[in-house]
Design a protein around this ligand. Structure first.
Ligand code: NAP
Ligand code: ZN
Ligand code: ZN
Length: 351
């Protein structure tokens, strides 16, 4: 079996460090990929530090993977050696439950197999993610990546892109809608770009006054400093939809009251501690909804990648070396990400 190099957390309170392990040789339906870039998602940090519970150590995070196909199994028809491909948050699912059959693998009744910290059907152990030089994945969970786009900027689309695209589509965001995006981090900056490309008027809510100019450059029509009550009040009862990407517990009422009649706020951030419960009155007063959304299905991920290729959308990235990952996590905790760290896998060397 091929040896893989990677970076792993050995325990919740330990920094990530160099780690060697084995990947499987491609089985009939597998695609082997040499990883060129891997994005750094806030979920990687949550899981490496066991903030959601259930992390199996050592943990090799990373689910925003792009690279080139190096080998394919005998039954692989979708990809050939040399193709540029991507892998997101899932590497398998049961494929037979009602949700899988409808293309909602992320909501698989039997639980999808996460790209890392998932139950590896092949080894019986745990899956290892994209902070690594190579990965072997079933062709049905591999995505086609357009050569038209900058490859490093495509990597974050595999999680941040689809996690924001899917709810924007599900709740029918389109021209004429006023759409709020809360938090300008990895997910938030993709939400701004995507909602804008779907024709919406975009209002970005940030805790960081230093991000105002960037938010406008990224496509926001209006930027609101969420700590400023007067600025918040100006948007009461006006928004059709809000996508909330914040990774920390906060007051949801501050945003629910900005929704107009029948408006929805969808949470995609998954803080380690729950948000304080919102006031019921704010929901019933305008028949507002509070919802959640998890990544997106495989077909929808391909649709999102194609949409991004068509509209020339990639992530704004800060490229880092593999050795810089722990510092990147600390900066992410300070909301100091412009707007996604991406690991250049060429910097991962055998030690
Ligand atoms: P990120 O890059 O760290 O961005 C989060 C942003 O939230 C920050 O940049 C900051 O933006 C804002 N923020 C942070 N702390 C805050 C606080 N205390 N109060 C208000 N705003 C705060 O993280 P990400 O990678 O985008 O991920 C965001 C969350 O989504 C994480 O919890 C992650 O696990 C989750 N996630 C969920 C899914 C899903 O399928 N549902 C998929 C991927 C990730 P400002 O500086 O603009 O305020
Ligand atoms: Zn993610
Ligand atoms: Zn299923």
């Amino acid at each position: 079996m091929p040896k893989a190099l990677g970076f792993a957390a050995q325990a919740a309170d330990k920094p990530l460090e160099y780690f060697e392990f084995e990947r499987r040789d491609p089985t009939a339906n597998d695609v082997e990929i040499e990883i060129a870039y891997c994005g750094v998602c806030h979920s990687d940090l949550h899981q490496a530090r066991n903030e959601w519970g259930g992390t199996v150590f050592p943990c090799v995070p990373g689910h925003e993977i792009v690279g080139k196909v190096t080998r394919v199994g005998s039954k692989v028809t979708k990809y050939k050696v040399g193709d540029t491909v991507g892998v997101g948050c899932m590497v398998d699912s049961c494929r037979t439950c009602a949700n899988c059959e409808e293309g909602y693998e992320q909501y698989c009744e039997n639980g999808f197999v996460g790209t890392y910290n998932g139950e590896d059907k092949h080894s019986g152990g745990v899956t290892f993610g994209g902070y690594s030089n190579r990965i072997t994945v079933d062709q049905d969970f591999v995505l086609k990546v357009s050569d038209k786009l900058d490859l490093a900027g495509v990597a974050p689309l595999l999680c941040a892109g689809i996690t924001t695209y899917s709810p924007l589509r599900h709740w029918g965001v389109r021209e004429g809608h006023k759409v709020g995006v809360v938090g300008l981090g990895g997910l938030g900056h993709m939400a701004v770009k995507l909602a804008k490309a779907m024709g919406a008027e975009v209002i970005l809510f940030t805790t960081s006054p230093s991000k105002v100019d960037d938010a406008k450059r990224l496509g926001a029509d209006h930027v609101v400093i969420s700590k400023d009550d007067e600025q918040m009040k100006a948007w009461r009862n006006s928004l059709d939809f809000i996508l909330n990407t914040v990774a920390a517990p906060h007051d949801l009422d501050a945003y629910l009251t900005l929704l107009r009649l029948n408006g929805t706020m969808t949470l995609v951030g998954v803080p380690a501690e729950s948000h304080p419960s919102p006031a019921v009155y704010n929901l019933i007063a305008k028949r507002r909804s509070l919802a959640g959304s998890l990544i997106g299905g495989i077909a929808e991920t391909q649709e999102m990648l194609d949409f991004c290729a068509e509209h020339g959308i990639t992530s704004d990235i800060e490229m880092i070396a593999m050795d810089d990952i722990n510092e990147a996590y600390e900066r992410m905790l300070k909301s100091d990400v412009k707007y996604r760290f991406v690991i250049d896998m060429a910097t991962l060397k055998q030690k």
